[in-house]
Design a binder for this molecule. Sequence first.
Ligand code: KG4
Ligand code: ZN
Length: 345
Amino acid sequence: MTRVLGIETSCDETSAAVLDDIEGIPRARSLVILSQDIHRVFGGVVPEIASRAHLTAIVPVVQQALRESEVSFEEIDVVAVTYAPGLVGALLVGVNYAKGVAFAANRPLVAVHHMEGHLFAVTLDHPEAEPPFTALLVSGGHTLLIDVPAWGRYHVLGSTRDDAAGEAFDKVAKLLGLPYPGGRHVETLAAEGDPRRFRFSRPMLHKNTPPADRAYFDVSFSGLKTAVLNAVNGSDNLERDTRDIARGFQDALIDTLTEKTFRAAEAYGRRRIVLGGGVACNRTLASAIRSRLESLGATVFAPTPRLATDNAAMIARAGLFRYTLGERAALDLSAYASAPLPGQV
Ligand code: KG4
Ligand code: ZN
């Protein structure tokens, strides 16, 4: 059995988890996530505040994760920590803490790429979500369409050319006067909206784009965001129109992501689809992907909200994978705002 302590501080969640790998089935014994509410009043994450909040929270959050899993530091075999991508000051808090713990307890340290963590998240509930699969990772900072023939082999087919999906949700939420982060508020409003009143054009879905062209898999949301802005500015009764605009926006964004996921699964003959990242909390997105990919006989795995958003259980899980490959991080490990996915082909 291998027991991993996972640590995640890449953005505005301080999180720690203890994960046990028992006979090849990794299970989270505990998962503690502390979300930094303070950013709400600023309408977005303030990096300096995030770093300071991680500093205050990291020790009690790890202690809580150990307490809930009823294990001590001595009973941990491996320490796994997110080193990239994210806010460097925030990442450094987790990285330095993990280094200290690994050194003091004389345990190996493993560096985890945050997006590889998101790829593994759904396996904690569904161990059968194994490669080969098509992955759609949609968060506040990233939108990635990846073909995964095997763990550790990642073929990034498409990404966003401008805003990430979650960023588009958050910006539209702001335009509609909703609190930050706004994704779930937009989803709630959209559910009550009329789909016929605002039909925004679907970006990057031209029928004659060949699969060899990167545009076949890439997405872009800035035009859609501008269309929403124009609709808001053009409205003479925003209170009446807000729901319908939210619906029009969400329909356009979901149609685009669904179609791109279909294209990737079809092009690579995949029958499993893995969703990850905060936007994967959106039930309308998951059910749209399910029904669109039904004709391919595909199974769609969507993580629960706790595992979809940033959390240390997914970092521990990806860390276990890297540990099993024999990877070890040195004590001069640093943090990086961006880094390619390991094993990108
Ligand atoms: O993965 P995540 O927790 O953090 C990043 O790594 O960015 O994702 C946060 C994003 C935010 O943009 C938030 O608005 C979005 O996920 N989100 C949603 C929903 N719940 C969270 N977007 C759409 N619908 C939701 N239900
Ligand atoms: Zn994330």
